[in-house]
Design a binder for this molecule. Structure first.
Ligand code: GLN
Length: 544
């Protein structure tokens, strides 16, 4: 039988519940337990797929094609184990299920209510992964903050599960903030006391208090928190601000979080915590021997969370190359033909980001023209790949109005077109080409050199596609399709063999990069950027 750990948050949002959950999972996995993490989000959208990145950051896509919260990205990056549709549940999905059942007549004349019908459905989903036999421990993160109206059914369900499963099988970690008051030179515990009281009001007692703090916790503070909040002193865990999220598992290990959790769940603590690979990763991350500067061209760059997986993939690929990757964010709307050279000069590589809609499109095309003409390593993801195709069509093939039908329905050269199966779809939620698809790699191409394989699988999230009606025009003029879906023949990868490093992919490789397994295109891109930087320096010193 699986054991359950619930992670709640108090005082404020953005305390890093996702990173904490992933770090705890990492420690338990490092001790040999099979662990998964799931997130329950209290909003009413059925999934975050229809949310603008400004609302909720990046939408993370799983192997099985679920559009999910970006915290699932952290789970996968930390654990190196794929998540699935079952790992992210929203209030919208829960209600949709219950309402559909009611329409089918499943409740046989009963009044359908939050308790027990909604909480039963939440419970069914909270216990689901634990019942598969695939996991020893299931960690469930509850989105939002305790006290939010919409979080109440979740907190109530956790109370029921702890009661039904027993305290040795289900426990609660409560993440909270200890504000530091400069004037008083003191960490304050009152907000934490209040948020624990709030939990207790719902009949839930936290077993562990994880305290986000700018200052170290003194023994006095720990004692005070333990006393006021009904927890053991060793269950008061300090979570200080750290340089990188990859430090958090190590910090939690220093606080003996894993031992405290295992003791509480009556699980053995005698197996060693195998974190050597992780420690080497963090060591390399903190001690790079080189640096490269990559331009990230996108329209959501003011928001850190919008390209989360891309930033993290750069970190993984940087570590693989023993190199610090400095990302220069470039707003696609600010790029024009006139300023592209000035804005992009000095960059060792350029990544053009995914996206939807026409805002900033022309800037992306100008960025691609500049890097293509100047031999700067280029990596285009999804919309970034589509823009590379359009740039080639316009500036090499001379089709001035070439476009994607997403932006211009009436173009005479729809080089990016809507996929046939998409044409009949009108609903927006969950209807894109989503999740993992196979990609056969052409022999002798850059893609083959990067992957070293004849076939790969990568995740997708798009409606539009390279238009195969123009396939020969592109191939004959020098833009090659080096990866295709073996069933549908859809073009998945394009490249320019005469360019030092120019690759565009229709899929989202950033969704598969993890600490243990950095994504190969990112690794090769950073390597190419390093080579470009060294070559530029050589030329500069030779001409000096
Ligand atoms: N908007 C494009 C499409 O739907 C690209 C999507 C993306 O970049 N994820 O095909």
């Amino acid at each position: 039988m699986a054991k359950y750990i619930f992670v709640t948050g108090g005082v404020t949002s953005s305390l890093g519940k996702g990173i904490f959950a992933a770090s705890l999972a990492k420690l338990l996995q490092a001790r040999g337990f099979r662990v998964t993490i799931q997130k329950f989000d209290p909003y009413i959208n059925v999934d975050p797929g229809t949310l603008n990145p400004y609302e909720h950051g990046e939408c993370y896509v799983t192997e099985d094609g679920a559009e999910t919260d970006l915290d699932l990205g952290h789970y996968e990056r930390f654990l190196n184990v794929p998540t699935s549709q079952a790992n992210n549940v929203t209030t919208g999905r829960v209600y949709q299920h219950v309402i559909n059942k009611e329409r089918e007549g499943a409740y046989l004349g009963k009044t359908v209510q939050v308790i027990p019908h909604i909480t039963d459905e939440i419970k069914r989903r909270m216990l689901l992964l634990g019942q598969t036999g695939n996991f020893d421990i299931v960690i469930t993160e509850i989105g939002g903050t305790v006290g939010d109206i919409e979080a109440q059914p979740y907190v109530e369900t956790v109370r029921q599960i702890v009661w039904e499963q027993g305290h040795e099988n289900a426990m609660v970690c409560h993440l909270t903030l200890l504000p530091y008051l400069k004037a008083a030179k003191e960490l304050k515990t009152k907000p934490t006391q209040h948020s624990v009281k709030e939990l207790q009001m719902y009949g839930l007692q936290p077993d562990i208090l994880v305290c986000r703090t700018e200052m170290p916790l003194t023994q006095d503070i720990r004692r005070k928190l333990a006393l006021f909040c009904n927890v053991n002193i060793e269950a008061v865990i300090q979570a200080s601000d750290v340089d990188t999220i990859y430090d958090v598992p190590l910090e939690m290990q220093n606080e003996k979080l894993d031992v405290t959790v295992l003791n509480k769940l009556q699980l053995p603590t005698n197996n060693v915590c195998q974190l050597d690979t992780w420690k080497t990763f963090v060591d390399h991350l903190k001690n790079p021997t080189e640096t490269v500067t990559i331009g990230l061209v996108g329209k959501y760059i003011e928001l850190q969370d919008a390209y989360k997986s891309i930033y993290e993939s750069f970190i993984h690929a940087g570590v693989s190359n023993r190199c610090k990757v400095i990302v220069k964010n470039i707003h696609s709307e600010s790029l024009t033909k006139e300023n592209a050279a000035e804005e992009l000069q000095g960059l060792d590589g350029v990544l053009v980001a995914p996206g939807f809609g026409s805002r900033g499109i022309e800037g992306k095309i100008e960025a691609i023209r500049y890097v293509r003409e100047n031999g700067i390593p280029f990596f285009g993801i999804c919309l970034g790949m589509q823009m590379a195709v359009i740039e080639w069509a316009r500036n090499v093939l001379g089709w001035a109005d070439a476009h994607s039908v997403e932006m211009d329905e009436h173009t005479t050269h729809p080089v990016i077109d809507m996929m046939a199966e998409q044409k009949k779809i009108t609903a927006k939620g969950g209807t894109m080409r989503l999740g993992a698809y196979r990609c056969a790699i052409e022999k002798g191409t850059l893609a083959e050199k990067i992957y070293g394989k004849a076939e790969v699988s990568e995740r997708h999230r798009h409606r539009y596609e390279f238009n195969n009606a123009y396939f020969n025009d592109f191939e004959n003029s020098g833009l090659k399709a080096s990866g295709k879906n073996p069933e549908s023949n859809l073009v998945e990868i394009v490249e320019i063999p005469t360019h030092p490093f120019f690759i565009g992919v229709q899929f989202h490789p950033e969704l598969k990069s993890t600490v243990e397994s950095p994504q190969p295109i990112f690794v090769a891109f950073i390597k190419a950027a390093l080579e470009k930087k060294k070559a530029t320096h050589l030329i500069a010193s030779a001409t000096a």
